[in-house]
Ligand binder design. Structure first.
Ligand code: SF4
Ligand code: SF4
Length: 233
């Protein structure tokens, strides 16, 4: 049994690889991309997330927080992350669901049981399971247990990664996964470091490793206006 931290498991996805897929989103990523659309997926531990649409601005959580981490604003409340100790008092206090926990520890068998439910749709559509994040390579043991479990059950797999892992992890993952969805931000060394906090040599080296090992790789370049849409990119 292997446990890992996930922030979502989404069934019937059609945007995370070929066919109909179950997408498992790992929580935790070593990169800090400026445009990350899932910033709550970055931390390597469960954390809390505010839901402004549910917040009435009553201020109960401000009074309840033992660390003074929630402050009032003109249109509701805001969290000061450096003060938060993840005690979850605010989650329990807000009766409107204005705070949620993001990330939960799950066992590999629990995730596999969820994936297996949709085998019939995978078979009909050429789909399977996709492991993304966050950065799935950051939880290698958990990722490999899931890939092995899918292979044992005849379920095709894809790993949606930014290539942020060491060589040994990449090679061990390459031996298990059917497909890599490889998100490359830019090949410019200076801009890559600025945009992600990671040297570009890491994802480029790992991409070469995958290709050299004859793995199926789809390289995707998310075009972010103002970040990587210059002519040089
Ligand atoms: S998050 Fe909940 S408790 Fe806090 S101000 Fe909004 S409604 Fe009130
Ligand atoms: S989790 Fe605890 S410390 Fe963090 S904002 Fe909520 S009440 Fe405050």
């Amino acid at each position: 049994m292997v446990r890992g931290l996930v922030f979502d498991i989404r069934r019937f996805s059609i945007h995370d690889g070929p066919g109909i897929r179950t997408a498992v989103f790992f929580k935790g990523c070593p990169a800090r991309c400026a445009w990350c659309h899932n910033p709550e997926s970055q931390g390597m531990a469960p954390e809390i997330m505010h839901r402004p649409s549910r917040c009435t601005g009553c201020g109960e959580c401000v009074r309840a927080c033992p660390n003074g981490a929630i402050v009032r604003e003109a249109e509701g409340v805001r969290i000061s992350r450096d003060r938060c100790r993840a005690c979850l008092t605010c989650v329990r206090t807000c009766r409107w669901g204005g705070w949620e926990t993001v990330g939960r520890l799950v066992e590999d068998q629990e995730v596999l049981a969820e994936i297996v439910r949709d085998v019939i749709f995978f078979d009909e559509s050429g789909g399977g399971a996709t492991f993304g994040g966050g950065e799935p390579l950051a939880q290698a043991e958990f990722l490999h247990a899931l890939l092995d479990g899918c292979r044992d059950r005849g379920i095709p797999t894809a790993v949606d990664t930014g290539g942020f892992g060491d060589e040994a992890v990449v090679l061990a993952t390459a031996a298990r996964a059917d497909l890599f969805l490889y998100d490359l931000k830019t090949t410019d060394p200076v801009r890559h470091l600025q945009l992600t906090g990671i040297p570009v040599e890491v994802p480029l080296r790992n991409l070469e490793l995958l290709v050299a090992n004859h793995r199926a790789v789809i390289v995707r370049i998310p075009v972010i206006p103002g970040a990587n849409d210059a002519d040089l990119d």
